[in-house]
Every structure is written in C-alpha cells, then in structure tokens.
Design a protein around this ligand. Structure first.
Ligand code: F6R
Length: 609
C-alpha cells in the first residue's frame, strides 16, 4: 500500500527510480511523484499511473541528478489530486519526503505547525511530517528526522532529502516495510520491497521499527530515533527477475494462476517424507513440543488469506482433532480475546505486512500465545515477529488479486495440520496416503488449467449478470467465499459466497430468473446435500454452474454448466476447486474490459488498519 523508491549514487536517478516505481505499482496506483536533486530539488507529480508521471517528465528539464526519491500512492488522507500526491515538501529548507503509512497524530501536529506559521497545501498526514522535519531542522537532516519521528505516532516508511545537504538521503521505518539495497559502487536503492531493488543488487538489509539510516556516497550509518547506533543484518535477496516479469502473459494474475503447479511443487519440496509418512517442517522444529501439546489454534488473517485460514481450521479439526477457530485479524485485535494456556496463534499472510494481521499477532503474543506465521514474503515484518513459521515458497505474487498465495497457504496449512495430526493421533499409513495424494495435486491442477478455454466460454455466457452466488459446504464453503471475493475484486460484479445450506435461511429470496449460482459440488461427504441445494436454486430460475468431480455425468442433468476437477480426497479438494473460480474471475474481468492487475480502489499489501 503505497510504494516508495529512493536512489543515491553515481548513475542518473530518474530512469532507475521510474523502473523501480513501476515494479511497485501493485502497491498503489492513484497518483505518483518524483523528486530529484540537481543543484536544487526538482519535483513532479501526476494523478494516475506511473506512466502519467513518465509522460509529464518528458517535457520537463532538471531531472538529471543521481539522488532522488519517488512514490506511487494509494490514498488514505486526502483525495486523489496532484496536491495530495507525494513527494511532500516543507516550506523553509527544501526538504522533500515520500511516505508509506499513516501518521495518526497528524491533526494535533498540524495545529501546532500552523500556529508556528506554516501553510499547508495538501490534506495529507505526510505533508505534516515534512513540515515537522523542516521545523526541527538545524542544519542536520538526520537529526531533524530523528527528532520528528520522536514526536509522531502511527506507521511510516519514509525517504527524505534536503536541498541544503545535496549528498544525503535519510530513510526510516516503523510499521511499514522498507529495505536498503547496497550497490557495488557506494550506491544505494531503498524501496518498499525487493522487486524494485533486485535488478541493481541482491545485497540488502531490512530496516527494523524505529531504525533511521543516513546514506551518503561515502557510506551509511544506522541508528534508532534516539541516535543510538544499530547494526543492520545484511542478507541476500532471494528473488529472480523472471519471477517479477510478465513472461509473455497479458497479466500477472493469469501468470500466477498458471504458475500454481510449479509454485506448489516448490512449496511441498523437501517437506514430505513419504516413506515415514510424516511432514518435515524445519521452521517449526524449535517449538515441536509446544505445538504438539497445543490445546487450541486460532488462525487469523484478512481477505483471501482468511479464506485459506478457514480451510486450515477444517483441516486441523478434521485431521488433527484440534479445537480451532478463525478470526478476522481486525476484529480479534480489539475484541479483548481470551487466550488460554496452550493456545497457538497462526498468522496467515502473503505479504507478511498486513497491518491488521500484524496487530492481531502482537495482541496474541502479549497475551501469551505461541505465534506461528504462514507467510510468503521472506523477512517480512510478520515473519520476523512470529516465534516460528513456515514460508509458502510460491515466489513473488504481483497480481493484486491473490491466487498462487492462496493455494500455497492452503498447502502449508495442510502440511501443518498433518504435522500436528501425526504427532497426536494419525498413523504413518494414513499420513503417507494423504501426502502421496498431495504430491499429485500440481499435476491435477495442470489438468484443470488445460480446460481454461472451456472455463472462459462458460464465464462469457454469464458475464453481463450483475449478481452471482457462490455456494459450497464443508471444506469448500471457504472456497465459495474465495470465488465470490475474486469475482468482486477484479470484475466489480456483486457476488456473495456462503454455505450452501445457509441460502434457504434468507438469501434464497435473491434468486431470480437467470441468476448465476456457482456450486462447488465435488464428490465428498456432503455431495447429496449440495445436490438438494442445487435443486432449490434451479426451481427458482437460477442458472447453476457446478464445479464437479470428473466422471460425475449425472450432475449434467441438474445444472446448466459443469466444470470438472480430477478426483481428490476431500481435505485436499479446495486446492483444486478454487482453480476454475480463479479463472472465471479472471475471464469475467477481461471480458468487462478491466485492468485485472490493478483493480479500482485496491492495493496489494494493506499496511494501514
Ligand atoms: C484478495 C487479496 C486480499 C489479501 C488480504 C491479506 O485477492 O489479495 O484479500 O488476501 O489483503 O493480504 P496478505 O495475505 O498479504 O496478508
């Protein structure tokens, strides 16, 4: 949510910054801006995508320096206008700043600064921080930033430059991600994530909360906001460029849907001991005993990750016989939750930066829970703040609509459930059987992906309908929620997901002639019940699209369209049933002419509460 990039070195900054910014555009894309030091600070801002800023810069002189910073915005405070776009400046010293996060006490600070005679030109919290740094500036940018940050509450990742110190870049973080890439020539690229850094260097360090880094062409130093020295840990960035490029696909979402077989193979690799019928999760080994003795598991997340967590709950209860619950992180945090001894909290998150999930995790830890993470982004805040965890290993997810991270999360939660089940109640034979089935999941997904043209055709039949239902039971109730969310977020079609049985308790009133209802009707314990629910929709004029198991020819008599998945044990079925739903959402959005990778009002990695 908001992407920032800064560069200090010997190369021209402009091109490098814009390239980096394009790679971070998935974090926000309502406006963009850049500041480059060239004797003085030159600033340009534009409403819209980074391409609009690029176009604007073509007609402008003075953007040739080798120190600069830029920003792509997802609006929080203040509407989408050029005035509210970053960088923001102070009114005294030629300070410019880009920011990701929210300054919570900005209103009080603004009044204080207005009383001191400062005039504001935007409605943003960020401009308040720029002015505050200016107000406290006494010839040393690093000191002024530290002093200002001692006064603010909220979340920030910031990059700051000042005309009076043309070779200095100061960056800092609390709550929002920021990393520094160290080039080979005393040059540095600072960014919200590694995608904007990797083409320059793979040597990076992540900032911790309250870290302030002063960078010059002679080197860098890291302190906290009280100027106490800090030693950052330099590490290798494990991203390869191919993973963050389209590679011939029209959209990242489609690429990531098709990447799922490969991603899941990587996710499972080395974690399944088929001979011994057990799961090997190095990330959990330190806490093996506590995890085995757990009395309750609380899975917490938001959005798609919450749907994966809900499947995790079914898995833990069904396979490991472990009392489990799922919680919206945003609700859990403020509910004064009871955490008994023996509670394990699992935070599920692709980005590892979601503010709600992070806050829930901190709350649970404070109340004594053992905190585990199921995270994709290595080194992200949640992954660092948990006691232990398991990475998804599905590679960077760029499409704003989450796809391969969802199946990765479900796969990891399945492994964790089997890990616990095996240590509690499950024998090697049963565990081995399920692991062998899991091993075949990627190949089964490939078979579903081969049917993409059929799924496209079915979707196009219904694409002009404005209201859809997604219905499922048991393991596939969360999949129904996920199908509805995917359709909503990229095609802007109203869709509701719910347990198939719930429909007759009210929502059935919505059904009218021709309304599409997607039923997840694969073979399983509740198949017959789902078939009854299908009849209830059909008899009221609804058009049923069923996701069914290969070989189920009978179902064709009862529904308008069928999309087949290979046969699979029920606990593993969401890994397959979700694939046609992802493709339906994708094809619906394309048919409606939407920008699939940049849906309106959304941004990936929601770092504000
Ligand atoms: C939907 C989607 C979001 C995220 C949610 C949590 O496609 O991507 O609902 O799942 O914002 O994000 P993470 O997993 O990064 O915590």
């Amino acid at each position: 949510m908001c992407g920032i990039v800064a560069y200090l070195g010997n190369k021209p900054a402009k091109h490098l910054l814009l390239e980096g910014l394009k790679r971070l555009e998935y974090r926000g894309y309502d406006s963009a801006g850049i500041a480059i030091m060239n004797g003085k600070l030159n600033v340009a801002r534009a409403v819209g995508r980074v391409a609009m800023l690029e176009e604007k810069l073509e007609g402008l002189e003075g953007f040739d320096g080798s120190l600069g910073l830029c920003h792509t915005r997802w609006a929080t405070h203040g509407s989408v206008t050029e005035h509210n776009a970053h960088p923001h400046r102070d009114d005294k010293h030629g300070i410019a700043l880009v920011h990701n996060g929210i300054i919570e006490n900005y209103a009080a600070l603004k009044t204080y600064l207005q009383d001191k005679g400062h005039t504001f030109t935007s409605q943003t919290d960020t401009e308040v921080l720029a002015m505050l740094i200016g107000e406290l500036y006494e010839g040393d940018l690093e000191k002024a930033v530290q002093a200002a940050l001692r006064e603010v509450t909220g979340a920030y990742a910031i990059c700051v430059v000042c005309e009076k110190e043309p070779g200095v870049l100061v960056v800092a973080r609390k709550g929002s991600p920021l990393m520094v890439g160290i080039g080979s020539n005393n040059d540095y690229v600072v960014a919200s994530d590694g995608a904007a850094i990797i083409s320059h260097t793979s040597r990076v360090f992540m900032l911790d909360d309250y870290n302030v880094v002063k960078l010059t062409r002679e080197g860098f130093r890291t302190t906290d906001v009280n100027n106490v020295a800090v030693n950052p840990k330099v590490q290798q960035l494990e991203i390869d460029l191919e993973q963050i490029e389209l590679g011939g696909y029209p959209h990242f979402m489609l690429k990531e849907i098709f990447e799922q077989p490969k991603a899941l193979r990587a996710c499972m690799s080395g974690r399944m001991d088929l001979r011994e019928g057990r799961v090997v999760l190095g990330g959990l080994s330190t806490f093996g005993k506590e995890i085995t003795r757990a009395k309750r598991v609380i899975l917490t997340a938001q959005g798609t990750a919450l749907h994966a967590a809900m499947i995790g709950r079914y898995l833990l209860e069904d396979l490991a016989k472990l009392p489990s619950q799922t919680e919206y992180a945003s609700e859990f945090r403020y509910r004064n939750p009871t955490i008994e001894e023996g509670t394990v909290v699992v935070a599920v998150s692709q980005s590892g930066e979601t503010a709600d999930t992070l806050a829930a995790l901190h709350e649970a830890k404070e109340r004594g829970a053992l905190a585990l993470g199921v995270i994709n982004v290595v080194g992200s805040t949640i992954s660092r703040d948990t006691d232990a965890g398991v990475y998804l290993r599905v590679g960077p997810e760029i499409g704003v609509a989450s796809t391969k991270a969802f199946t990765g999360q479900v796969a990891v939660l399945t492994l964790i459930s089997l890990f616990m089940a095996r240590r509690r109640i499950m024998g090697a034979g049963d565990c081995g059987d399920l692991l062998r089935e899991m091993e075949r999941i990627p190949e089964k997904i490939e078979r579903i992906l081969e049917q993409a043209p059929i799924i496209k055709k079915v979707t196009e039949k219904y694409v002009d309908r404005e209201n859809w239902l997604f219905l499922g039971r048991g393991y596939n109730y969360p999949t129904a929620l996920e199908g509805a969310l995917k359709l909503k977020e990229i095609s802007y079609i109203h869709a509701e997901g719910m347990p198939a049985a719930e429909m007759k308790h009210g929502p059935i009133a919505l059904i009218n002639e021709g309304m599409p209802a997607v039923f997840i009707a694969n073979r399983g314990r509740q198949y017959e019940k789902v078939m009854s629910n299908i009849q209830e929709v059909r008899s009221r004029g609804g058009h049923v699209i069923a996701v069914a198991t290969e070989g189920d020819e009978q179902i064709k008599k009862h529904v308008q369209d069928v999309l087949y998945i290979p046969d699979v044990p029920e606990p593993l079925s969401p890994l397959l049933t979700v694939i046609p739903l992802q493709l339906m959402a994708y094809y619906a959005a394309v048919a409606r002419g939407h920008d699939v990778d940049k849906p309106r009002n959304l941004a990936k990695s929601v770092t504000v509460e």
